[in-house]
Design a protein. Structure first.
Lengths: 193, 510
């Protein structure tokens, strides 16, 4: 666990709210970005992010410093996300509309690239997002935690509250399905002259 | 035993999560098998594509919003008293509940520890459940700051608003609001003990509370479960608190001291519903309504026993709970014929002329019926009146006196309405007790001003409300009641369709 996180937590517990504010600033982007992928909605992700930080603050005294603060925070957020997902069901509407709700514009890692390349890159991102959306939630959550959060299987298993073997299986299934979905997209695209 | 290659193994290898033996196998195969090399490259590409998706930064101002919201609470769960200026803001409830849950099915006992801190800011409640293998069940109040806590297992205080979400009615404005609400010790103990398995995020619980002698229903949702180092911490989110309105048979609202009837509305996922039903003492009747096909009287009678729930399930009305309710009704409905015969025997002087009325001595009647698998013997004392109809060909009987109060049930606002034995219901569209709960209103609390549509029970249905015995919980039976092949059957923790249940409870009048 980051020693600086420990310091901020200790300061927070001593009554310094600004210290918790530093933790919020430190982790809000990471948490929010992952939740957007999980929930498919920037609006829902914002609510869950806020709830997670509030809950984390209120139960901060129960936090055991053996694990990282972010892992602990993420567990809270994930459970809140599951509740959110369960309550709201999956919102209807097209995937495009859902993606529009992510509230971000695809960014090109190479701004100097030519417009054609940029369009192609954006299209690729769109297709990958769409493929991710099509995954069953249990597969999507597992692969997101792996690829976006870089978590170990043990940590993912704890968050998803399932055996490590299940995590391993879900990640594998997610990869297979993503590959198949993306392959179909490629096959369906007309040949470029 | 030789290790066999699988794609899943390759996926784990890519993540650095394969075992040493698997790693050795994969690396050997990668040197000699182009197909596996190709597969690994594809998995790698998928991961790269995912990681290439731009990360969406948190919205501007989110951190400020969070910090503003935590301004009135502390990280230890304590709440900073509101200032006058803040008192107009939304209040809420905080419960600190520390408990050890007994996994009764697993033979574990539990230690239940409750802890409560003062008023919260925004409808957040925290429960901490610490597992223990200590066999005896004991209770300890961790926070004895207020004497009121000692009397209740769980207590919470309120300031200016009990409704966290605004979806439920709060207590009347003109009622003097006590500052402490204590949930009944036994009720919560029973419920928590019944959990058996640790709570899951998303689980919802309804607890019947005694709000200064006014029954209320408190709903909670588990939003976080953290397990580490032998402890289980559960973060509960308070949903709503709503008053349960009770009326006596004359229509007069019951006051707390003489209140013997309690109505509870439950709106839970079925596993929790089952658990809660079995935790409720004095369960008189259970009526289930789903957004699907309405329950008809025929449906009720069609269920024969717990083992024959397939038909009930196939009606799309939920699983074992409904089956059990139908089973109860079916068995109870076999009783009225005996009852009438008993009544005839009890009339010593039958009227002989049209319009003549005679009264029988107060006598005792016994009814036996089944709740779940528990046989219940009910004794009641009643004065029996026989009145000859004008043509003297038939006799009408009525009972009065110490017989249990007849109950009717209004399904949209949890109002218990009086029922008078011997009087026919005022021609409802169907003389049943179940009103279709449409999807539109299924999860909505009707506005307080809505005029409830009341249904009364006929004599036969009334018999369903006569049991006053506590139901003995049996998780094994509950599991067996899950619809064969249903998600709940395969995985008890799996989410199932929600079912709304209305219970009529009666506490024994002392």
């Amino acid at each position: 666990m980051k020693s600086d996180d420990v310091r901020l937590i200790d300061l927070t517990l001593a009554g310094n709210r600004d210290a918790f504010g530093e933790l919020v600033v430190r982790y809000q982007d990471r948490l929010f970005a992952t939740l957007v992928h999980m929930l498919g909605s920037a609006h829902d992700a914002r609510d869950v992010t806020q709830d997670a930080f509030l809950s984390a603050f209120e139960k901060l005294h129960t936090f055991r410093k053996e694990s990282s603060f972010y892992s602990w925070l993420f567990r809270i957020a994930y459970n809140a996300a599951v509740t959110n997902r369960r309550k709201l069901k999956r919102r209807s509407g097209s995937i495009d509309a859902r993606l529009a709700d992510t509230g971000d514009e695809p960014t090109d890692p190479n701004p100097a690239s030519d417009p054609t390349h940029k369009l192609k890159a954006e299209e690729n991102i769109h297709q990958v997002r769409e493929a991710l959306e099509r995954l069953a939630p249990e597969y999507r959550d597992a692969i997101i935690l792996k690829e976006f959060e870089g978590m170990k299987y043990d940590d993912i298993a704890e968050i998803l509250d399932c055996p490590v073997g299940t995590v391993r299986s879900r990640i594998h299934r997610a990869r297979i399905e993503l590959k198949e979905i993306l392959s179909r997209v490629v096959e369906a695209e007309p040949e470029t002259p | 035993m030789s290790l066999e290659y699988s794609e899943e193994m390759l996926s784990a290898y890519l993540d650095g999560e394969s075992t040493p033996a698997e790693t050795a196998l994969i690396e050997r195969l990668l040197k000699e098998d182009a197909a596996i090399q190709e597969q690994l490259a594809e998995f790698t590409d998928v991961g790269r594509l995912l990681r290439d998706i731009p990360r969406t930064p948190a919205p501007a101002g989110l951190a400020d919003e969070i910090l503003a919201k935590i301004a009135t609470s502390t990280p230890s769960g304590e709440v900073i008293p509101k200032t006058v200026a803040q008192s107009g803001s939304r209040g809420g409830i905080r419960i600190w509940l520390s408990t050890v849950i007994a996994a009764s099915v697993l033979g574990m006992a539990s230690l239940l520890i409750l802890r409560q801190d003062h008023v919260a800011t925004d409808a957040k409640s925290v429960a901490t459940l610490a597992e223990s293998s200590e066999p005896p069940m004991t209770y300890e109040i961790l926070d004895t700051g207020a004497d009121a806590w000692k009397s209740g297992l769980v207590a919470f205080s309120r300031q200016d608003d009990l409704g966290a979400t605004g979806s439920a009615s709060s207590l009347p404005e003109n009622q003097q609001l006590p500052t402490i609400v204590s949930l009944g010790r036994d009720e919560i103990v029973q419920q928590l003990r019944l959990l058996g398995d640790p709570p899951q995020s998303g689980d919802e619980y309804s607890l019947l509370a005694n709000f200064d002698d006014v029954p209320i229903l408190v709903d909670f949702t588990v939003i976080d479960v953290q397990k580490s180092l032998g402890e289980l911490q559960v973060l509960l989110k308070h949903h709503n608190v709503e008053q349960v309105h009770l009326k006596d048979r004359s229509g007069k609202e019951l006051q707390a001291p003489d209140q013997g009837i309690v109505a509870v509305r439950l709106d839970l996922a079925e596993p929790q519903l089952e658990q809660f039903l079995c935790a409720v003492p004095a369960l008189d009747a259970t009526l289930f309504v789903s957004a699907g096909k309405p329950v008809s009287e025929t449906d009720w009678i069609s269920a024969v026993d717990d083992q024959k729930h397939t038909k009930a399930d196939s009606a799309g009305l939920g699983g074992g709970s409904l089956s059990r309710a139908r089973s109860n009704v079916e068995e109870i409905l076999t009783e009225p014929q005996q009852s009438m015969a008993s009544l005839n025997d009890g009339i010593e002087a039958k009227p002989t002329r049209p319009g003549e009325t005679t009264h029988a001595d107060v006598r005792e009647q016994k009814f036996q019926f089944s709740l779940g698998r528990k046989s219940v013997l009910k004794q009641q004392t009643a004065a029996i009146t026989a009145t000859a109809t004008p043509n003297a060909s038939t006799l009408n009987y009525s009972m009065s006196g110490k017989e249990p109060q007849g109950l009717g049930l209004e399904l949209s606002e949890d109002v218990v309405t009086p029922f008078e034995l011997g009087r026919q219901p005022p021609s409802p569209s169907r003389p049943g007790v179940v009103k279709r709960n449409t999807p539109a209103n299924r999860f909505a609390i009707p506005p307080a001003t809505a005029t409830p549509q009341l249904y009364e029970l006929d004599n036969r249905q009334r018999r369903t409300l006569s049991a006053t015995e506590e139901i003995v919980p049996d998780r094994t039976l509950l599991r067996q009641r899950a619809k064969p092949g249903s998600p709940a059957d395969k995985d008890p923790a799996a989410p199932v369709d929600r079912v709304r249940a209305y219970l009529i409870l009666r506490e024994e009048q002392k």
